[in-house]
Design a protein around this ligand. Sequence first.
Ligand SMILES: Nc1ncnc2c1ncn2[C@@H]1O[C@H](COP(=O)(O)OP(=O)(O)OP(=O)(O)O)[C@@H](O)[C@H]1O
Length: 228
Amino acid sequence: MSVLRFDNVSKQYDGGRQALDEVSFEVASGEMLFVTGHSGAGKSTLLKLIHLAERPTRGAVLFADRNLLRVRGRKVAMHRREVGVVFQDHRLLADRSVADNVALPLVLQGLRRAEIVKRVRAVLDRVSLGARSQALPSQLSAGEQQRVGIARAIVGEPALLVADEPTGNLDPTLSAEIMTLFESLPERGTSVLVASHDLALVKRMRKRVLVLNQGQLVDDISPEDLAE
Ligand SMILES: Nc1ncnc2c1ncn2[C@@H]1O[C@H](COP(=O)(O)OP(=O)(O)OP(=O)(O)O)[C@@H](O)[C@H]1O
């Protein structure tokens, strides 16, 4: 079963260049893969079309067989519950504790407080931040802040996690920790799509790699081919 499908997707920003040009690919449920390419290749744009921060100019994006063209208005918020997003710059609320930041998507969903507390505790334990739940983001290291961002993205158990340069500011050891965490997600039902220009990191992971160049999907490399 596929969780995501791009069918000849193009995106041209108003007055801008063609950011994506006839891109087609499919992501199986339970898959983890990377999208890579030089700066400006279209990686962020591709992810934005998935969480509906942008809309395609042509072509269709299908999420769990739902055409995202038809997801409008209040349905956008519902769609975003199924897609966790991790940004390079975390986008945490500076005046809220770690636990409150992670709880936010569940609060927006209207879950009961006891359920929220239980889920937040469990996910913070998973990212090894159980002891820092009452800290403010500014009291955490860069790697810890990124783990809070990931906890917030996965606390609602999304079908797909998209991460835009999630290790961009981190040293190799912390990057490896984040990748180990991502690798554990598919077995819990969350597929993972990571945009990264860090080729060394991408190669080390031995996963499928989509390669973008000037908006075109120029390669789709399987883990077996990557090993050669
Ligand atoms: N909001 C926007 N308006 C106009 N042009 C844009 C906009 N966002 C991106 N672009 C252009 O679209 C192209 C693709 O950008 P995108 O951010 O998707 O690339 P990227 O591969 O993520 O790059 P980077 O690694 O530098 O983040 C670039 O030419 C960029 O200048």
